[in-house]
Design a protein around this ligand. Sequence first.
Ligand code: CUA
Length: 159
Amino acid sequence: MKIHKLEKIILIIGGVTLFFFLSVLFLQNFMLGSHHSTAIETVDPKKIDKTAPFNKPGLKKVSGKEWDYELVIVASVFQYAPSEVEIPVGAKVKIIATPKDVIHGLEVVGTNINLMLEPGLVTEKVATFRKKGKYLVLCNEYCGNGHHYMSGIFKVVDA
Ligand code: CUA
């Protein structure tokens, strides 16, 4: 088989590029130990309703921690519990979330909060809302035929 010179060059460039990016992925995974950054703890998704803190979702004031409040959220088809939360403006809030059934997302529109909630994993993120107002919470992982109805509201109010 005769391969045109230009074709050969393109094949070589393609091969080298592929090798380079695979090497980067390999190094990230095995040398730098990159992994799921937000999900640390595990939980039994079938026992969410009986497992603290998910048996009492909502916002709680805490003391002696690096954050002022903990916001526990349970996602399920096709809702968040709680679906509406009032958050004091400027407070440091640790979001602690997990789903009951399938993978859901938790994106707070207009912020950098964009979490993936996987069954069995607890996803956490510390955030501060500096502007008062209503923030839409959206599921951005397809979770079934009601996915596009799945939303919530964070109301950031005076402390
Ligand atoms: Cu929950 Cu999409």
